[in-house]
Ligand binder design. Structure first.
Ligand SMILES: Cc1cc2nc3c(=O)[nH]c(=O)nc-3n(C[C@H](O)[C@H](O)[C@H](O)COP(=O)(O)OP(=O)(O)OC[C@H]3O[C@@H](n4cnc5c(N)ncnc54)[C@H](O)[C@@H]3O)c2cc1C
Length: 455
């Protein structure tokens, strides 16, 4: 029998995780990537969002570790921080300060460049995976019933070759052309939805003071979407090499500027000034980078009645989320696990795509139900049931500021470590209905942590 072959389009995080799964089920895997891939944690043009804060939630971290054992140790050895949640987290949620209870979950905090490089190195240790860099897909081969490969083109020589494949998986991210290719096959337009709060990001890297270069918490001031003004946030992440990566954001009408002289004052102008205070004297190491690629946008591939054999999509090419929730990479990792489970069970590509849609559901609901509340948000208004759920979540997050069992349930859901449905379990529901039983905590940065920065 001829060896079986899978092609992955896009060599980003989702593409590398998908390749690491497919190599268990096919004899060879070829990754087709537009960029030249750097041999180190450097930024590259195909992942411009890598300049900005990227939190890897524990749910996603565990998924990556299950797919590529040893990745977390490799990340920590390379300088990533393991942030216990909520003990190492200073966070003003929409409903108040999150208390620093003993660890319930964790976040991996490092630059996105480091994360991608470590995951890529782990995946490419398997020599049955090869990468065609500087290469782009032109069109799919096959027809509406079955995809049989992909026509690709070298970006410099413009030479085209046909890659025959038993499976083609699209992981080219938010600019994916898969919906257009499906229409070229004569399939109906893919149903899509979007909710856009008009959010903009501005990010700058600082040298952390030597006394705060390690063991410092993530500091995060979130917005309250019910405020009658744009939502603004400020987040400080400890990353590798004793640096802080600080990301500011603002929804429509409240966007941060990329003017360097306004960075610290914006950070101090959000609902609590703590991030602005911490970076007031810190040495900047980079310019301010901006991003507007922040809308929630979902392609409901799983709803197409007919889906070609030999085709799948995963990662941002399926759905993107407002990045302040920090879920995109974790959903990609858990989708790769769904891919593995579906392939192992012998499911059809259509069934596997539906499984990936189920993974997307939770993060999609969490982000869009909040974002539609921001002033000027563009998207379909929520039905009554959705508005009732929003009120319940507000109350739950408020209750989580004092009641540990609710804090735990909330953090499990927020880090994508447990299904959203757990937020409706009888125990959590009753505690949420009772509400907070003590006064909400005060700002949670300790005097010692502040002293390590301000002296
Ligand atoms: C500002 C911002 C901040 C974010 N913060 C977080 C966060 O805190 N936590 C989190 O979990 N997620 C975050 N995300 C989301 C996260 O970046 C994405 O979910 C994640 O990158 C998805 O991975 P991907 O591989 O699907 O797409 P990408 O990472 O975008 O990778 C796509 C790959 O495909 C390649 N490619 C593109 N087009 C082609 C083509 N035509 N041919 C060949 N190759 C191609 C690209 O070069 C790239 O390698 C953030 C997103 C943004 C925009």
């Amino acid at each position: 029998m001829a060896p079986t072959h899978a092609v992955v389009l896009g060599g980003g995080l989702a593409g590398m995780l998908a390749a690491s799964v497919l190599v268990r089920h096919f004899d060879e895997v070829t990754v087709v990537e537009r960029d030249k891939l750097p041999d180190g944690p450097s930024p590259r043009s195909g992942v411009p969002q890598a300049r900005h804060a990227h939190l890897l939630m524990s749910g996603g971290a565990r998924a990556i570790e299950a797919l590529l054992p040893g990745t977390l140790d490799a990340l920590f050895a390379a300088g990533a921080h393991r942030i216990g949640v909520p003990n190492d987290l200073v966070s003003l949620s929409a409903q108040g300060w999150v208390p620093r209870f003993p660890e319930m979950q964790f976040i991996v905090s490092c630059s996105r460049g480091l994360l991608d490089w470590v995951v890529r190195s782990q995946a490419l240790r398997d020599n049955k995976i090869s990468v065609l860099t500087g290469t782009e897909p032109v069109s799919l081969l096959g027809d509406r019933d079955a995809v049989t490969g992909v026509l690709v083109e070298d970006r410099i020589s413009r030479e085209q070759i046909s890659l025959e494949a038993d499976l083609v998986l699209d992981a080219t991210g938010r600019a994916s052309r898969l919906p257009a290719w499906l229409e070229d096959f004569g399939l109906p337009a893919v149903h899509s939805e979007s909710v856009d709060s008009g959010l903009a990001y501005a990010t700058r890297i600082f040298q952390a003071p030597p006394t705060a270069a390690s063991g410092f918490p993530i500091v995060n001031v979130q917005a309250n979407p019910r405020d009658p003004f744009p939502g603004r946030t400020a987040t400080l992440l400890p990353i590798e090499d004793g640096k802080w990566l600080v990301t500011l954001s603002g929804t429509r009408g409240g966007e941060p500027s990329t003017d360097e002289s306004e960075f610290v004052s914006f950070a101090g102008s959000v609902r609590n000034p703590v991030v602005g205070e911490l970076i007031a004297e810190a040495e900047p190491l980079s310019p301010v980078y901006g991003s507007h690629s922040t809308a929630n946008r979902r392609m409901f591939f799983e709803r197409l009645k007919s889906w070609p054999r030999g085709l799948l999509a995963l990662g941002d090419s399926v759905a993107t989320y407002n990045p302040v929730y920090g879920h995109g990479m974790s959903v990609a990792a858990q989708s790769a696990q769904a891919l593995d489970a579906g392939m192992a069970a012998g499911h059809s590509e259509q069934q596997i795509q539906r499984g990936i849609g189920k993974v997307v559901d939770g993060a999609w609901a969490m982000a869009t139900n909040q974002d539609i509340l921001y002033p000027g948000a563009v998207g379909k208004p929520l039905p009554l049931a959705g508005r009732v759920l929003q009120r319940y979540v507000d109350r739950l997050v408020r209750t989580a500021t004092t009641e540990p069992p609710v804090t735990r349930a909330f953090l499990e859901a927020f880090t994508l470590s447990a299904p959203m449905a757990n937020l409706m379990s009888p125990k959590v529901f009753l505690a949420t209905m009772r509400g907070p039983r003590s006064a909400a905590p005060e700002p949670t940065l300790t005097a010692d942590e502040r002293d390590r920065v301000t002296g």
